[in-house]
Design a protein around this ligand. Structure first.
Ligand code: ADP
Length: 615
């Protein structure tokens, strides 16, 4: 058999086999258009080879002209498919180049059928039998058609397009694809173009054999596609292993782990999630995540979910809010939730890591209760210091009431009762009683234990200062301490527990008095001042006492630190706990002249969000 027939037949067979193979693959994976495009390229290359063989075997110039004309059809399919393949597979190549080349190629195809015999020859005068490797092959003798230059321009444009795509992919770092797909197409494309032009313009005398260059392109593209398929299979198996590992890690996690898809359906739940929420896994999978959200907040949850999907980042959920989950029995469980987005081939999934914080909440409550008890104890102790002065404070109005009442009795015993006198005596009794009542009221307020405060009031600190000074009035007189106040006008309110803040003021004032105990009575001055700036109210209690050694400045706030014989070392530590719970600051400084000043600052209402105060 002729070697020409054998070679071209092998070429056709190889191309057709690849075309059929990839057509079959595409029919199973319809969304992979690349396989269909490749199948078209291989089929077109096979047809081109068939036409080339027929050209070699042509007997007449008419036959030759007609075959060459029809050969343009598979070439057109091949060119368009190659451009499509390059754009889709390499995601490179300028689109204007692609469009121009394809449009021009279509134009040349049309012109090819307009001209007789075809676009390449104006006329084919004769066929020449060329001895080619011991065999005879027909080649055309005739006048080339100048319009065939348009075909050359088209092919040149195509080469530029392929070269541009190759460079882009190379720069991207994907060298294998750049070389195998881009490089091969450009290289073999250039060979086809050169050979075709040289033959048509009669520069070389040889039959067309461009189909072997096309075979080179088909083999290169086929190799790359199968290489991709092998890698994809490898990756898939690795992914499967990875997914299995991921599932095992999630299962073994100490927290409840729940994965949710973009529709909010649960796609994965671990054993701990079953325990936390009381649902068996099969009742969770495929169900909306909202089933684990308490009814009272369920409606808002969808909105939160939507917001998260718009900006998916690993972060804790509901910053600053207390979160609760809903168990199967309808009860609520306090939780902390961390969210992590997981990008998968099936879209975005969100992994929620849920920690049941019931135990921690109970421990916090217990600690708060203990702090509350301690604060109360410290308050009672501080008031104990005032007890003898308070007794005196009460004795005075009671004595006045008694003597007024006795005077009234005497007046009433007279026949001629002076009612105006009696009225005056009664008014005096009421005033004295009110004074005693105020003292008792102030004391009761501070002595009562109450519950750890959940609700906060707006507190006017100037008023609180005046109340404390009033309560300490007789104690201050007994200690020979003069109190001055320098209170800011229009002081904004702070949010908090009035009794606790009064306790702080009382502690600081008592400490100040005690620090001045060893000094001359003329030097015993206490200055309580209030001011506000930068969104906070600041109160200071300055004394003229011993001051605080610099190295003890922090230590004085520690629990059980005391330098007093009878001291408990609780006062300042309780003050700090109270101020901390009010999101404020407390500190001490030594005065330039003598003594120390204790300062505390608290955020003005509406400036700092107030936490729940739990002593
Ligand atoms: P206590 O009054 O029972 O000692 P505190 O916590 O109120 O407990 O005070 C701790 C210590 O801080 C005091 O013992 C004292 O040494 C020091 N301190 C407190 N206030 C003053 C002050 N105004 N001047 C100097 N030292 C002070």
């Amino acid at each position: 058999m002729s070697w020409i027939t054998v070679l071209w037949s092998i070429n056709v067979g190889a191309c057709l086999t690849l075309a059929v193979m990839y057509l079959a693959v595409w029919s199973r994976e319809r969304e992979s258009w690349l396989y269909l495009i490749f199948s078209c390229i291989a089929a077109a290359a096979a047809f081109i080879a068939v036409f080339e063989l027929q050209l070699i075997r042509a007997d007449t110039s008419e036959e030759y002209g007609a075959i060459l004309r029809w050969r343009a059809l598979p070439v057109w399919v091949l060119v368009l498919s190659l451009v499509g393949f390059t754009r889709l597979y390499l995601r490179a190549g300028r689109s204007w180049l692609a469009w121009s080349a394809c449009s021009l190629k279509t134009l040349t195809l049309i012109l090819n059928f307009v001209f007789t015999p075809n676009l390449y020859y104006l006329e084919i005068t004769a066929l020449r039998q060329l001895s080619w490797g011991g065999e005879e092959a027909s080649i055309a003798l005739g006048t080339p058609n100048p319009w065939s230059l348009l075909n050359q321009v088209t092919l040149l444009l195509l080469l530029v397009f392929f070269a541009d795509a190759t460079i882009t992919v190379w720069r991207r770092g994907d060298r294998q694809r750049a070389l195998i797909v881009g490089g091969t197409t450009t290289f073999f494309g250039a060979i086809v173009m050169a050979q075709f032009a040289l033959v048509v313009w009669g520069i070389i005398q040889a039959p067309f054999f461009g189909s072997f260059a096309y075979l080179g392109i088909v083999v290169a593209l086929g190799y790359q596609l199968s290489d991709d398929a092998v890698r994809a299979a490898h990756l898939a198996s690795e992914l499967q292993i990875g997914e299995e590992r991921f599932r095992r890690v999630v299962e073994a996690a100490p927290n409840a782990m729940i994965m949710v898809n973009q529709e909010g359906q649960i796609t994965l739940a671990n054993q701990q999630a079953e325990k936390t929420f009381g649902y068996p896994r099969e009742e969770l999978l495929g169900r909306p995540i909202e089933m684990l959200v308490p009814e009272r907040v369920r409606s808002g949850h969808r909105g939160f979910r939507h917001d998260y999907l718009c900006d998916p980042q690993a972060r804790p959920m509901g910053a600053g809010r207390e979160l609760f989950g809903r168990r199967k029995d309808g009860s609520e469980v306090p939780v902390e939730i961390g969210l992590s987005p997981i990008h998968t081939s099936k879209g975005l999934l969100v992994l929620a890591s849920i920690v049941d914080i019931t135990e921690r909440k109970l421990a916090e409550l217990e600690a708060a209760r203990q702090r509350h008890d301690l604060a109360h104890l410290a308050r009672v102790t501080a008031l104990g210091e005032l007890s003898s002065s308070l007794a005196h404070e009460l004795t005075h109005p009671l004595t006045a009431i008694l003597s007024n009442a006795q005077a009234a009795q005497r007046f009433l015993a007279d026949d001629d009762v002076d009612l105006d006198e009696v009225r005056e005596i009664l008014n005096d009794i009421v005033t004295q009683d009110q004074r005693a009542g105020e003292v008792i009221h102030g004391l009761r307020q501070l002595l009562k234990k109450g519950e750890p405060q959940k609700h906060c009031d707006d507190v006017d600190l100037n008023e609180a200062i005046r109340d404390v000074v009033q309560l300490m009035r007789s104690d201050l007189i007994n200690r020979n301490v003069t109190v001055d106040t320098d209170l800011a006008q229009n002081l904004p309110a702070v949010t908090g527990d009035r009794v606790q803040l009064q306790q702080v003021l009382l502690n600081l004032a008592l400490n100040g008095c005690e620090a001045m105990g060893d000094y001359n009575s003329s030097e015993r001055r206490l200055l309580i001042a209030s001011q506000w700036e930068n969104g906070a109210v600041q109160v200071s209690v300055a004394d003229c006492g011993s001051g605080i050694p610099e190295e003890k400045m922090q230590q004085v706030f520690e629990r059980f630190f005391t330098t007093k014989k009878e001291g408990m070392g609780l006062g300042l530590s309780v003050c700090r706990t109270i101020i901390d719970a009010h999101r404020g600051k407390i500190w001490a400084t030594n005065n330039a002249g003598c003594g120390a000043t204790f300062h505390f600052s608290l955020p003005i209402v509406g400036v700092g969000k107030q936490a729940v105060i739990t002593d």
